[in-house]
Each structure stands twice: as C-alpha cells, then as structure tokens.
Design a protein around this ligand. Structure first.
Ligand SMILES: [Zn+2]
Length: 440
C-alpha cells in the first residue's frame, strides 16, 4: 500500500463503479498494470516513482470508443454532404481498393494520437489490414479490440473470403493473452455477408471465445434489402442462422421494432450506438432509451472519421444526450451520468472487458485520465457528470495512463512522435488524391 509506481492525487475521483462512488480529494495508486488503491485523503505516506497532481481536477476511467474504423482518419473531410452511394462509389471504394498496409498503419497512428489526446484509452476497430491496427495500437500504448472486416467480395488484404477467416484465426492465435490487444471476428453486415459466411464467422468466434462484431440495422434501406433477400428483419435473420448470443456486439441498431428488440434481449446482444455518424449519414435515431430500459448493455462509439468527422468521445457524449432528448421531446431522457457510463463501464461490458476496465476499482487495470477543470467553460462546477457530458472537451484531458503506463503527460504524447504522425498523414493524403485522379 505504501509503494506505487504512479500516484495520482488531489482530484475528485469519479470511479464509475456500480455504486457510483465519487471520492472528493481522492487519490489512486498504480502498481505495474493494476490499480492498487483508490482512496480518500492525503497520500503523504505513499512513496511513488511518479506523482501526478490533478490540481483539484477530475480523475476518471479512460473513455472507451466502442466502434470505429481508425484508419479512416485519412478520409476525414475528403467528401461530405453526399448521398451514401455517391460517397461510397466515387470516393471511398476507389481508394479502399488500392489501400495497403502502410496506409492503415499511418491512419491508425493518427487516430491513436487523436484518441489519446481526447481521453480515449480503448477502441474497438473494424477495418482492413487489422494486423497493422493492432501493431499501431501497441506502439501507441492503447488498449484495443480489433478484427478484420469480412464480406463476400475479395479484400485487398486477404483476397477471397476463405483467406479472410484464416487471417482472422491467425490474428486470434497471435495476439492471444496480449495485455493490450484483443481480437474479434468481424463480419461486416447482414447485407454484405452470405448466411454461410455469417455461420462460419460465428463458429470461429465461439471456438475461440472472442466477440463477434457486426453492423446491424443501420439504415432503413438495409432493412428493406434484407427483407427482400431473406424475407426477414436483420436480427430475425441472424437468429434464424443461430448467430445471436451474449458474444455478439451489434453496431448502430437504429431501425428496430419491438420484436427485434425482444430478440436482442433474449440473446443478451450487446449494442454500440454511434449517434453522430447516424446523424451525418441521415440514418436515423437509435432507440437507445428503450434498449436501456430493457436491460440491454449499450456502449458508445464514434464510427469512422469519414462519417463523424472526429474521434472525440466528449463531443459524442454531448450529442448522444441531446439527440435523444430532442428525439423523444423529453429532456429527462438519457441523463449525463448514464451517457458517461455508456462511454466507460457499459462500453467495457459491451466489449467483454469489464473485468479489466471501465471503472476505477482496486484490482482492475490502470486506464485512467485526468481533466483540468480550471477553465472558464468548467467553472464553477456543481456537478462533474454534467460538466463532462455537456461542457468538457477532449482537449481538457491533461494526463492519460493505459495499462499502468503514462502515455500522455500535460497534453504531451509520450508514446508517439506527433510531428512524425502528422507528416506521414500529409504524405498519405497526396496518395489518396492521386488515386482519385487516376482510378484504375
Ligand atoms: Zn462502422
């Protein structure tokens, strides 16, 4: 108890534990990768190698971005305000078809820099060349759950789908037991994956006891397409294939009727909601308050940068609360605490990581952020949850510790050379423009 590798002191600790414990003038001790103490008072007896003074600010669990496509940072602002099919066919697909490992590595490092600088310590990714994503996250010192996107058409990474399943299996085997990187099986969506692929992906996920992550019920046109092809709604279709269970993480879940919601409840499906992306692509409003009322675990994600256009979960939390209030025409819907819990403990539960992260409790891994609250937009502070959701910005985060390692100190990234990351991203944008200028 009297020894710590890192001591964080002199702040209000929002533990986000199930009892909603808040410790004023609290401190926490980190030994190795673990929180060894979360307590109140003056830690003068504790000898620490490194002491972080929160200076009266807020200390809370690192935020969890439950769904993104990290490397799409390199498409940010490339084309906005277009109909979905125009955007995909004329911008995204032509570039993605020529994308390579270097592109994904560069874009993911850029995403990691942005995420750490805005208080995110864990992200869940679906994209191509996921080995590069895992490597980039490891280099940045970020925690992640990642998986190679699987669909019926050939991939620029693995080629035919047979190879996609093998590639996924090799990722699972390679990263098993890694302290930061976990792997999931990630079929893209019901409308891009054949029933056979969905069944095989599910088998792989059950065999290795890893999550199965899939976009479900994102747009009204998806529902129509799936109904037309299979005569069933998306969750009904997945249920009929035996592809539902507590290991399934469904992204978006915008267009649901009561029967679909009850299927999700029956199978304990986890949900990640992405309100800003749903707004930008005019997909609709997910019935999140209804899902929560039914006891479904809902985490929060930004989705990729081409449809958001940033990875700042503080902004996402603010939007989440306000969107549902105006959607329901009821300001009591989704209070600030509930939204912050979606970005912390509920996100951890959704990703199957709640035994390790999501709250500040002794014995859990040390994923912690510190916020400076001595700012005009955060003074005075009557209610820290309110400030975090409605007033704070990602740039208010000063320190970040992930798995017991300090990765940002006084807003300086310690694991990445930011100038390097930005220069590579600039170079890559020239490639993107040249690919668009000369489509093959
Ligand atoms: Zn997505």
């Amino acid at each position: 108890m009297n020894q710590a590798d890192i001591l964080i002191k002199n702040g209000t600790v929002l533990t986000m534990d199930p009892q909603r414990t808040v410790i004023e003038k609290g401190f926490l001790c980190i030994r190795g990768d673990t929180l060894s103490a979360v307590a109140k008072g003056d830690p003068h007896e504790i000898r620490a190698d490194k002491t972080i003074d929160a200076k009266g600010g807020l200390i809370l669990p690192g935020l969890i971005n439950g769904h993104t496509h990290a490397a799409m940072t390199l498409f940010r602002g490339l084309a906005d305000d277009l109909p979905l099919m125009d955007w995909l066919n004329h911008y995204i697909f032509p570039v993605e078809s020529r994308m390579d490992r270097e592109f994904v590595r560069t874009g993911t490092l850029l995403a990691c820099a942005e995420m750490i600088l805005s208080g995110t310590t864990t992200f869940c990714d679906m994209y191509l060349f996921e080995e590069e994503v895992a490597q980039a996250a490891q280099a940045a010192g970020m925690r992640c759950l990642v998986g190679e996107v699987l669909y019926d058409f050939p991939s620029p990474n693995y080629g035919p789908i047979e190879q996609g399943l093998k590639y996924t299996e090799s990722l699972i085997r390679k990263w098993q037991g890694h302290p930061l990187v976990s792997i999931a099986v990630e079929p893209h969506a019901v409308y891009t994956c054949s029933p056979d692929l969905l069944v095989r992906a599910n088998r792989l996920s059950l065999q290795y006891k890893v999550p199965l992550i899939i976009h479900v019920a994102e747009s009204a046109s998806e529902i129509e397409a799936v109904k037309k092809k299979y005569g069933r709604k998306p969750f009904e279709h997945l249920e009929s294939l035996g592809v539902l269970g507590p290991h399934v993480i469904a992204d978006h879940c915008v267009h649901l009727d009561e029967a679909e919601i009850q299927r999700m409840v029956r199978h304990d499906v986890k949900v990640i909601t992405n309100p800003e992306s749903n707004m930008k692509l005019a997909s609709g409003i997910s019935p999140v308050p209804r899902l929560l009322a039914q006891g479904i675990t809902v985490g929060l994600g930004t989705d990729g940068c081409a449809s958001n256009n940033n990875l700042d979960l503080f902004e996402e939390m603010d939007t989440t609360a306000k969107l549902h209030k105006v959607g329901a025409m009821d300001p009591t819907v989704l209070d600030a605490f509930t939204v912050l819990r979606m970005a912390t403990l509920s996100g951890a539960k959704a990703l199957g990581l709640a035994d390790r992260i999501g709250s500040l409790e002794a014995g859990k891994r040390a994923d912690v952020i510190v916020l400076d609250t001595h700012k005009p937009h955060l003074t005075p502070m009557y209610n820290p949850y309110s400030h975090l959701v409605y007033a704070a910005k990602g740039s208010d985060v000063t320190h970040s510790v992930i798995n017991g390692k300090l990765v940002m100190e006084d807003r300086r990234l310690l694991t990445l050379d930011l100038r390097d990351v930005l220069r590579h991203a600039e170079e890559m944008s020239e490639k993107v423009l040249s690919w668009l200028a000369s489509p093959d």
